[in-house]
Design a protein around this ligand. Structure first.
Ligand code: IPE
Ligand code: IPE
Ligand code: MG
Length: 243
């Protein structure tokens, strides 16, 4: 880290999301199998969560597995399933110590009961009234699927007369989305591609976006800190005239 880089930034109230892309290419580059790439990716998650808590972020939302990723080879999905369980086992004690609240969102039920039980236990063990960080993991998540289910839920509310059409607002829509966040301040995508890949579509309306060439397993705390410093320097105008 450069000598003048502060040890910790004060980013309270800041909500960051990351599309952690590049595990497969990292594995190929290092002549390893794809599961080894995902394993290395999980270790990077650990260090970025620690850095997020140290820099006082409000929340960190990580894209771990998309609805489209279900079309990957069975062997890769099985490797990811095992990795979810071992990562929860290995990392939850540290999350408890750091007072990090963990929450999963998406259709992770399709990974089976072993994963679902591990998730429920991890969430229960990391429930804090004043967490140091809210850590959200998108697993089997798709932005479009989330919007569809929110519309179904609002539609049912209207049919049962619990919701009036005139009640529909940004706030009400956020309440019906399953992703446990509202506005996102910063989205980082590693791996060199410049796309959203069906992540938090409704939440990204005014998010700052940084696309990095670095493959996720090569992403470091220093590079993350640089992203946060660049974000702090950005003037966010929200459509206003400021000059
Ligand atoms: C991201 O890395 C992790 C998941 C989508 C599960 P990839 O596995 O997509 O890595 P690349 O894009 O093939 O390098
Ligand atoms: C996005 O990466 C999803 C996750 C990081 C979980 P992908 O590798 O699945 O996205 P595409 O296929 O490049 O758009
Ligand atoms: Mg990818």
């Amino acid at each position: 880290m450069a000598e003048n880089t502060p040890k910790s930034l004060h980013l309270s109230g800041t909500n960051v999301a990351i599309i952690m892309d590049g595990n497969g290419r990292w594995a190929k580059k290092n002549t390893l199998n794809v599961t080894s790439g995902h394993e290395r990716g999980v270790e990077v998650v650990r260090s970025i969560v620690e850095a997020s808590a140290r820099n006082h972020l409000e929340s960190l939302s990580l894209y771990a597995f998309s609805t489209e990723n279900w079309s990957r080879p069975k062997k890769e999905i099985l490797g990811i399933k095992k990795l979810i369980i071992s990562a929860i086992d290995a990392q939850v004690p540290d999350l408890i110590e750091q007072k990090v609240s963990l929450q999963f969102f998406g259709d992770y039920y399709s990974f089976g009961s072993e994963v679902v039980n591990a998730i429920f236990e991890a969430e229960a063990a990391t429930t804090f009234s004043k967490p140091a960080l809210q850590l959200n993991i998108a697993l089997g998540y798709g932005g479009r699927a989330d919007i569809s289910q929110a519309l179904r839920s609002i539609g049912e509310g209207i049919a049962s007369k619990k919701i009036d059409c005139t009640d529909i607002s940004d706030d009400l829509i956020f309440q019906h989305l399953k992703a446990p966040i509202k506005e996102l301040d910063l989205l980082i995508r590693t791996g060199g591609d410049h796309r959203i890949s069906n992540f938090l579509l409704y939440h990204l309306a005014y998010t700052e976006i940084q696309f990095l060439e670095t493959l996720w397993p090569d992403f470091t705390e220093d590079e993350f800190t640089k992203c946060l410093i660049d974000f702090q320097k950005t003037e966010r105008r929200f459509g206003k005239r400021t000059i």
